[in-house]
Design a protein around this ligand. Structure first.
Ligand code: AMP
Ligand code: GLY
Length: 426
């Protein structure tokens, strides 16, 4: 099978490794990829946002399956354009990707289907939104409706901060994303990222992970795209998985099919385990980053055949797969200034080659290799250090060995990945 993988982050580096390990894959091309991916397979300099160029690439390279990493390509209609050319795509159409690209769409679907989520209201103007604040209690959860790269959520402790956040969103801090607002009930509890593979009609559980959203140790600092992850989590018991599939994933798939927009791809439920049970924080229409990396570190099977079965609507005939009993932990190494204004261009030394640290892996997430051969930071989240082990402590220790081998003074990372689970004694 000839596979084109779209994206350039740590998520795509992990997917590229797993696709490269798939016995069915004879050719793997990644667009645009990154220097870490270039070390294991071919890359093509085509942006993940350039739908016509990606389609041309898929046609000229006689690609059988396109696997889409980032939401931006999905929301731009890559799956729709590939369908026109009869090329199988693992990733939803633009309409189905609304589960991620429109919070208002998802909240309305949840309400109609009785899927547990925070109470909410949607607004098209700042005045109406501010008037509504007077009728509810602080803290206030204010979200831009559209895609905002994980930064479209403000949790305001008081009325004044909430009012300012509303004005900022409406006045265009998030571009078009802020034109419509969602205000939600504030929920408390631990968060779990839950992943299901979907073929439009059926879904199968892939795995769960815990993300670490805040920038700094002790859950301080701004929300980010994710600073670390581990898998498995002790919450994901077989009963929990059955419950989430039955009350969240399956009704969502059925509703999407009925709406004429069947969902094919990864349905990623961000769940909060509240005192009254799990509730949906958000859906994403793609693999989480960095959660995907810890799932792929444990994945055993032919990933390409599995994703092809989803893309062709025949998950029932998909090959067997499993996640190993190992625990995987991941530490994100980010550029100073991330998430607001990461400093780009700083040099990274001491790169950890394959197998340099037993059971440790270094993935590239936002790097570039310059003509002088030096590796430099080219994004917010720059490197991912992964450790595998028989338990979380061993996995975390190995991940930090990988981190500590890197010489990059302009980077920062959290030192407390896995703290919740480790404090539980798990
Ligand atoms: P989202 O982009 O919707 O995933 O939100 C980002 C983060 O904001 C979530 O992972 C939560 O930590 C937090 N958050 C979002 N919605 C709520 C809510 N209704 N109550 C409390 N925290 C929330
Ligand atoms: N790590 C959170 C996300 O991928 O949205």
């Amino acid at each position: 099978m000839r596979v084109l993988l779209v994206g350039s982050g740590g998520r795509e580096h992990a997917l590229a490794l797993a696709l490269n390990n798939s016995p069915s894959v004879t050719f793997l091309l990644v667009a645009p990829g990154n220097p870490g991916i270039a070390a294991i397979t071919r890359i093509a300099p085509v942006s993940a946002e350039d739908v016509p160029a990606l389609v041309n690439l898929a046609v000229s390279e006689r690609i059988d399956l396109v696997v889409v990493g980032p939401e931006i390509a999905l929301a731009a209609g890559l799956a729709d354009a590939l369908a026109q050319k009869n090329i199988a795509c693992f990733g939803p159409t633009k309409a189905a990707a609304q589960l991620e690209s429109s919070k208002a769409f998802t909240k309305t679907l949840c309400e109609a289907k009785g899927i547990p989520t925070a109470a909410f209201a949607t607004f098209d103007s700042a005045e109406e939104a501010i008037a509504y604040l007077g009728t509810i209690q602080a803290p206030y959860v204010i979200k831009a409706d559209g895609l905002a790269a994980g930064k479209g959520v403000v949790i305001a402790p008081d009325f004044q901060t909430a009012k300012e956040a509303i004005h900022e969103m409406v006045d265009g801090r998030f571009g078009g994303a802020g034109a419509r607002l969602v205000i939600e009930e504030f929920m408390t509890g631990e968060e779990v990222s839950f992943f299901a593979l979907c073929d439009g009609k059926q879904a199968t559980y892939l795995g769960s992970a815990q993300d670490h959203k805040r920038a700094f140790d002790g859950e301080r600092g701004p929300n980010t795209g994710g600073m670390g992850a581990y898998s498995p989590t002790s919450h994901a018991t077989p009963e929990f998985v059955r419950d989430i599939m039955a009350r969240f994933i399956e009704p969502t798939l059925a509703a999407m099919e009925k709406l004429g927009m069947p969902f094919c791809g990864v349905l990623y439920a961000g769940l909060m385990l509240t005192p009254t049970g799990p509730k949906l924080v958000e859906y994403n229409a793609r693999f989480g980053d960095p959660e995907c990396q810890v799932l792929m570190a444990r994945f055993e099977g032919d990933l390409a055949r599995l994703l092809m079965a989803c893309a062709q609507g025949r998950l029932g005939a998909a090959p067997q797969f499993r996640l190993s009993d190992q625990t995987a932990a991941l530490v994100v190494m980010a550029a100073q200034g991330y998430p607001d204004d990461p400093i780009k261009g700083s040099e990274i030394r001491g790169e950890v080659g394959a197998q340099a640290i037993p059971r440790g892996v270094l993935l590239h997430a936002g790097t570039r290799r310059d003509e002088d051969g030096k590796l430099r930071a080219a994004g917010g989240r720059v490197l991912n250090a992964i450790g595998l082990g028989p338990d979380l402590q061993a996995a975390v220790d190995t991940a930090y060995q990988v981190v500590d081998a890197i010489d990059w003074p302009m980077g920062f990372h959290r030192r407390d990945i896995g703290w919740r689970e480790l404090h539980r004694g798990g």
